[in-house]
Design a protein around this ligand. Sequence first.
Ligand SMILES: Nc1ncnc2c1ncn2[C@@H]1O[C@H](COP(=O)(O)OP(=O)(O)OP(=O)(O)O)[C@@H](O)[C@H]1O
Ligand SMILES: [Mg+2]
Length: 328
Amino acid sequence: MDKLLEIKDLRISLLTPYGRAYGVRGVSLDIAEGEKLGIVGESGCGKTLTAKAILGLHRRERTEISGSIVYKKKNGETVDLLRLREPELRKIRGSDISMVLQDSSLALSPIITVGRQMEDMILAHRAVGRHEAGRIAAKLLGDVGLSEPEMRLKCLPGELSGGQLQRICIAMAISSDPRLLIADEPTTALDAVTQAQILELLKNISAEKKMAVMLVTHNFSVIKRFCDRVCVMYAGEVAERGKVAEVTEDPRHRYTQGLLKSIPDGRKRRLEPLAGSLPDVYERITGCAFSERCPDRREDCRGEIPEISLGGTHCASCVLAGGEPNGG
Ligand SMILES: Nc1ncnc2c1ncn2[C@@H]1O[C@H](COP(=O)(O)OP(=O)(O)OP(=O)(O)O)[C@@H](O)[C@H]1O
Ligand SMILES: [Mg+2]
């Protein structure tokens, strides 16, 4: 499969009044064209920082960032997004790659009608007039399953439900026919039924338009329902990655095992929540970041942890994983 985006050894530190926060500590992952990749991990593990780095949405003056994020353009040319200047990045952001956030109210202005905001977005990326942009906006709302699009376009965001607003944000994000959609917890604020409908919608759009999706979530059930591959993050690193079936049926990192035990699967009555919490983001970590919480930690967990290849696309950064160290 052709790689659309490849992140290598991404490190992000935030320079704060309290010191240096090591938000992302060396993430490598890739997404193929049309693929649905899930990023999962508990709150604070660096999912949003990683997603935002792709679009260059970090505050440059307060962020130290290294590694590479190579994006393959439509014409086959590759660019490192971390090395692009703002005007070049702006061309890619919102057209080739777009993003849907957890909270639609943050993405929309409360005092401007939905129609006007959608038209402005369309005008920014397409050579059309406002009248045509309005027609495209109505069509897009129909595409994301909103009834009576013309009427919705006249509404202010406050006059619509959370689920409707999230559909509108998805419509805006796909208005430029992006090749990659980054969806950062797009359903967390919604009830279970609406959540399922939005995921189904994203899945259909992805299949129809052959659009890759990077879905960020803390919920493994969402990953199982939606994604082709998954990347499990812990404390700013990738703990385990592979096809969803590889990882969920045979999790090798103790953190992944713990996460999977803590989700309802319809059979188990008792869930086992993961004890403990993430290490302090201001501390440097040597060895395995999970070792403090790991029931099976050993002496060599304090040393460097190689990524172990477990066959197929399955890899885990754990000395207990079995398999062979990953040469690549
Ligand atoms: N601007 C910032 N200044 C200081 N620390 C930050 C900043 N942004 C993020 N962090 C820290 O970096 C770590 C990773 O943050 P990030 O937002 O990527 O987490 P996340 O995995 O998206 O969590 P959640 O599931 O809660 O959204 C956290 O410990 C967070 O507190
Ligand atoms: Mg987040």
